[in-house]
Write a protein that binds this ligand. Sequence first.
Ligand SMILES: [Zn+2]
Length: 95
Amino acid sequence: MVRMDVRVSHVTLQEMTSRWGSCRAATGRLTFNTRLGMLEERLIEETVVHELCHFFHQNHSAAFYAQMTRWLPDWKARKAQRDKADMRPRPPMAG
Ligand SMILES: [Zn+2]
């Protein structure tokens, strides 16, 4: 098991239309799309690791992806699967 030495201050779940998550490294705030809960655990894990990597790299540079690979060697396959999932909030049920 790999341990990440990061300090998370807040984790927020909210409806998002264009992202699965976001990270504010300066404040330690992580935000995740509520729809993430509908995905397989391995896809949730990839999203969480992605956002945690932003504590070290506030971009999607080669160094960022190298770190992703170190922590989650099969992240690409997981991301490809996650990218196919619908992230938009569901409309309220009629009636
Ligand atoms: Zn990112």
